[in-house]
Ligand binder design. Structure first.
Ligand code: ADP
Ligand code: MG
Length: 238
């Protein structure tokens, strides 16, 4: 067990965004969270990573860092790739001064290798394609050897080929780190290529939990509507 969420409740003002959500993600597994815009997907990630406080329920994570890969790569434009990736190791209070320059160079080179971008340490984000920026943000997220990796819409805004590459790296990072991962996405391709299980949120509730194969069977009104991207069905856009 690596992430266990039990009866999670979160409201903003009077609006209940998550109403009694439960799920678990084991080591070496990827859970995909899907649902309309505004269904609370990013909120789940922020609650697990501690950026937001829950109202009630339990979030149990096994020891170690939680890494968050944000929807937009969120690299520092004024820092080169080396400084971006090594940022936490150089600036975080508990890690600062732990590594020599040589050790940092080795760690950054290893992480870049993992995302297939060896040798780009001195480039700046503006010199990289969107997909490459994404992969640098992955390298930055895993620099502290996290046991939990949370990805917020990692393939949003990428063309299909770049998306496939990103999906393959998500699976590769899972295999290399044995981390428990959550991937928030809208894209069927991302679910098919990465997920071991799927959680669909609507109106604060988990309206589907199962494997990608079960999702694709379309044997509930919710899974049918999602897979067919249909306007008709139980889920209404506001
Ligand atoms: N910090 C916040 N304060 C108030 N409302 C918020 C805040 N963060 C998110 N919300 C609202 O909560 C709902 C869920 O947001 P979010 O988790 O970002 O959805 P998703 O990622 O599924 O698109 C939205 O209606 C959003 O407007
Ligand atoms: Mg979101």
């Amino acid at each position: 067990m690596s992430i266990e969420v039990k009866n999670l409740v979160k409201s903003f003002g009077t609006k209940v965004i998550l109403d009694n959500i439960s799920f678990r993600v084991n080591d070496g597994e990827i859970l995909s969270i899907v649902g309309f815009s505004g269904s609370g997907k990013s909120t789940v990630l922020k609650l697990i990573s501690g950026l937001l406080e829950k109202d009630s329920g339990e979030i149990i994570t096994t020891g170690g860092d939680v890494a968050m890969v944000f929807q937009y790569s969120a690299l520092f434009d004024s820092l080169n790739v080396f400084d971006n990736i090594s940022f936490a190791l150089r600036e975080r209070k508990d890690l600062r001064n732990k590594y020599t320059k040589k050790e940092l160079e080795k760690i950054v080179a290893e992480k870049l290798e993992l995302v297939g971008l060896s040798g780009i340490e001195t480039k700046y984000p503006s010199e990289l394609s969107g997909g490459m920026q994404k992969r640098v943000s992955f390298a930055r997220a895993i620099v502290t050897e996290p046991k939990i990796i949370l990805y917020d819409e990692p393939t949003a805004g990428l063309d299909p080929i770049s998306s496939t590459l990103i999906e393959d790296y998500i699976v590769r990072l899972k295999n290399e780190t044995n981390a428990a991962s959550i991937v928030v996405t809208h894209q069927m391709s991302t679910i098919r290529r990465t997920a071991d299980s799927v959680l669909m949120l609507y109106n604060g509730h988990a309206v589907f939990k199962g494997s990608p194969e079960e999702l694709c069977k379309e044997d509930t009104p919710y899974t049918k509507q999602f897979v067919e991207a249909s306007l008709d069905g139980p889920m209404k856009m506001n």
